[in-house]
Design a protein around this ligand. Structure first.
Ligand code: DQA
Length: 143
């Protein structure tokens, strides 16, 4: 089984970026958490981060025929990107949306998730643990 885990803009700045919202843990530590969780279940994990919308669309397209599940934190593109929504719909691979913060209790402009409309589940507000929960949910779903 293979999952592709995609993180959007500014998530490479984890640990530095607004630590009161996103915590003090680094992006490298998040990658290790995801890899360890996948390893527990014998899942191959490809982890990708980009600050560019088109690169995220390309990565989703590359997943077609090549993986069993997608975990995506589109970051700010969550609230703007119909291109990422369409890419997820195009490949038809089960996808889980993750947000470190609880977007529902933040600014008005974070209340809409376009990307979430193509996802089987959204996990928000659980911190980095949300990625672990997403891996386990998706594994249960596709195993
Ligand atoms: C985020 C929430 C988004 O609104 C924000 O733009 C991010 C991170 C989260 O993980 O909580 O960059 O996706």
């Amino acid at each position: 089984m293979k999952f592709i885990i995609i993180n959007g803009p500014n998530l490479n700045m984890l640990g530095v970026r607004e630590p009161e919202i996103y915590g003090k843990t680094s992006y490298a530590a998040l990658e290790a958490l995801i890899k360890d969780t996948c390893a527990e279940k014998n899942i191959e994990a490809e982890i990708f981060q980009s600050n560019h919308e088109g690169a995220i669309v390309d990565k989703i397209q590359s997943a077609y025929g090549n993986c069993d599940g997608i975990i995506i934190n589109p970051a700010a593109y969550t609230h703007t990107s119909i291109a990422i929504l369409d890419a997820l719909k195009a490949v038809g691979i089960p996808a889980v949306e993750v947000h470190i913060s609880d977007i529902a209790s933040r600014e008005d402009f974070r209340q809409v998730s376009y990307v979430g409309k193509a996802c089987v589940k959204t996990i928000a507000g659980a911190g980095l643990e949300g990625y672990r929960l997403a891996v386990l949910f998706l594994w249960e779903m596709v195993k």
